[in-house]
Design a protein around this ligand. Structure first.
Ligand SMILES: NC(=O)c1ccc[n+]([C@@H]2O[C@H](COP(=O)([O-])OP(=O)(O)OC[C@H]3O[C@@H](n4cnc5c(N)ncnc54)[C@H](OP(=O)(O)O)[C@@H]3O)[C@@H](O)[C@H]2O)c1
Length: 312
């Protein structure tokens, strides 16, 4: 099967399209034909081993000392179940599924295997594979951080969302709307239309104002790009206000429950996939180059295969 392998840490050009053996599924696993994946900020960090210096030795132990131990990168997918192991009960051949593989990686490939208890779910009805793949990374991360902040159970919470135009940010906007939050979004003026399209009426453009000096009183400040410290925004928090940040040492855990929530929101038209660009698997180097800029809006999708029914 075709797969992208990362044979060294480095720039986008370390990624190569090669032929590798197609995996087979174990008794509690699904064999999934990957139709779409996405290039996320975390993928490019793993490829480049780009993390704060103090974390690098730890990440080398986790990911591989000289090169990724699991050379096929990618952590999110949407595809079709091609076969199931003898002990699999929740899924059948032909199911359209989406999910994440976490530190198992392996989604930049024509096929992958996933245990049925891993974060995998049937896709939202009517979503394309590209849309389903685009919903996962930001959706799961934003869901986790907003839960940590207690947003879903708060009464009409006021949220300051810093970095509202990335994968995590655009998902956070939509989840926060669904939780009934009053959102003030922080992005650059390049994100104006995107924010309007997602129904955000209060936006502070960080390239024209210093939002840390704009006042306000928030129940939750969520930094979805990891650019501020709590000391920068403490004065904007209400007495029991919470600050959560993707830049902290907290690490989002991916669950099936998050996928169920995302699927339900998509099906009730409360969440949509925000796709900036789409590339083919053989264009992976260009896709990584674009994500490396740190300027993508929403998600960058990789179309791995197409079904006749999707291409018309
Ligand atoms: N801790 C965890 O568990 C966890 C999990 C997932 C992701 N993360 C981290 O979360 C971060 C965000 O991920 P992502 O995939 O959403 O990133 P992304 O999509 O690559 O974020 C890019 C977006 O951020 C905006 N941006 C850049 N600098 C900004 C600033 N100073 N203020 C406000 N917006 C800014 C950019 O818009 P403009 O260029 O227009 O500003 C762009 O739209 C990454 O650093 C990732 O590693 C952490």
């Amino acid at each position: 099967m075709k797969a992208i392998v990362c044979s060294n840490y480095g720039g986008p050009e370390v990624l190569r399209l090669v032929e590798v053996a197609k995996p087979t599924c174990g008794k509690n696993e699904l064999l999934i034909q990957v139709m779409a994946t996405a290039v996320n900020s975390a993928d490019v960090k793993v490829r480049a081993l780009a993390m704060p210096g103090y974390l690098t030795p730890l990440m080398r132990i986790v990911l591989g000392i000289c090169r990724p131990r699991r050379p096929i990168l990618g952590t999110v997918y949407a595809g079709v179940v091609e076969a199931v192991g003898t002990q699999v009960r929740q899924f059948r051949k032909g199911d359209r599924v989406f999910g994440s593989t976490g530190f198992n990686f392996g989604t930049y490939a024509a096929y992958l295997t996933a245990t049925e208890n891993s974060p995998v779910s049937r896709m939202p009805e009517k979503a394309s594979f590209a849309e389903a793949a685009a919903l996962v990374f930001g959706g799961q991360t934003a869901h986790w951080f907003l839960q940590q902040a207690g947003l879903p159970t708060a009464k009409k919470p006021k949220l300051l969302l810093i970095g509202s135009t990335g994968a995590v940010g655009t998902a956070a906007v939509q989840l926060a709307h669904a939780y009934g939050a009053d959102i003030t979004a922080v992005c650059s003026s390049a994100g104006k239309e995107l924010m309007e399209g997602l129904g955000v009426s209060n936006t502070l453009f960080y390239d024209t104002v210093d939002y840390t000096k704009c006042g306000g009183s928030y129940d939750v400040v969520f930094d979805a790009v990891g650019v501020v410290k709590k000391s920068d925004i403490r004065h904007l928090l209400r007495e029991k206000g919470r600050f959560v940040s993707v830049g902290s040492l907290s690490y989002a855990t991916e669950t099936k429950a998050q996928l169920a929530a995302i699927k339900a929101l998509y099906e009730s038209a409360k969440m949509r996939a925000v796709i900036d660009r789409t590339y083919s698997l053989k264009e992976i180097v260009e896709a990584h180059r674009y994500v490396d800029t740190g300027r993508k809006k929403g998600n960058v999708v990789i179309q791995v295969a197409s079904l006749a029914s999707e291409t018309g």
